[in-house]
Ligand binder design. Sequence first.
Ligand SMILES: [Zn+2]
Length: 321
Amino acid sequence: MAEVYLKERGVLGRVKTQQAPKVPIEMALSVHSEYLVDSVRLMTDLGSGQIGEAAYASPELLRSALRAVGGAVRAGEAVYEKEVRHAFSLMRPPGHHASISTAMGLCYFNNIAIAVKNLQAKDGIGQVSIIDFDDHHGNGTADVFYADPDVQYISIHEYDYENYGTGHFSEIGYGDAEGTNVNIPLIDFSPDASYRSAFEKIIEPAVRSFDPDIIAVSAGYDPHYADPVGNMDVDSSTFHHIGKAVSDLVREVNAMGSFWVLEGGYNPFAIGPSIEASLHGLAEKSLPSLQDQVEREINELIVESNERIMESIVETFSPFW
Ligand SMILES: [Zn+2]
């Protein structure tokens, strides 16, 4: 759906495109246990059933999951090989909930984590920052890199303690990696203003101080106000803002570039304009007027509560930055 929209809007005609390659199943083992990889393979053979919480098998699962891994890996390599400065993998299923041994939340293999591991094995890649703006906490990605001091994971998300219990700002990383896991848990119905504030006060200073060689982005569009799954209140202007912020950060820290991997985003009419806005931001073009941009009332109490949360986060990380 997003692809059709982007084609109709002429966006795909202005960027280089290529098919996501197939990758061998062994590639998933750089992050995942044999148990999970075997589960996905065996459940695909079965063709139906459940692999984990809200993670379902289908006859095409393994094939599509490996293509999504391939898209993320190729996007990372396209930046590393200097073919492009920024790349975007427009693939599903998403990956950021997939942990080392657990499929969850429509995620089977952790595409972005596998792509980052693939880059870490290459010359010239010391440190990698991952910025995850999906509505939900990327618990899988956080787990994979929780004790890795060379990968900074920053997640801005709707805090859902009741259902998941992960994503609090007190989870800062382990051992040598303390200070490299940065959570920005915001409250339900957070507006554009809170996202902008988080980039300015936390995400941008965090990336500057970590000084990565490349930036990976878990691009989830379910914080959109029209999304049926997420409960946040942003529109495509925030995704444009994020695109521009990432482009600026790449320049400031003199990184190779950024590669984006699609995560959530479940309203077919919102995800197209949201991705289009991100790409305009990344290309440092001004925000186009898009169909989803409508006046919405801002709840100042939510903005103020988020500001208080962000003050605590800045204080938590002050020894590290
Ligand atoms: Zn999500």
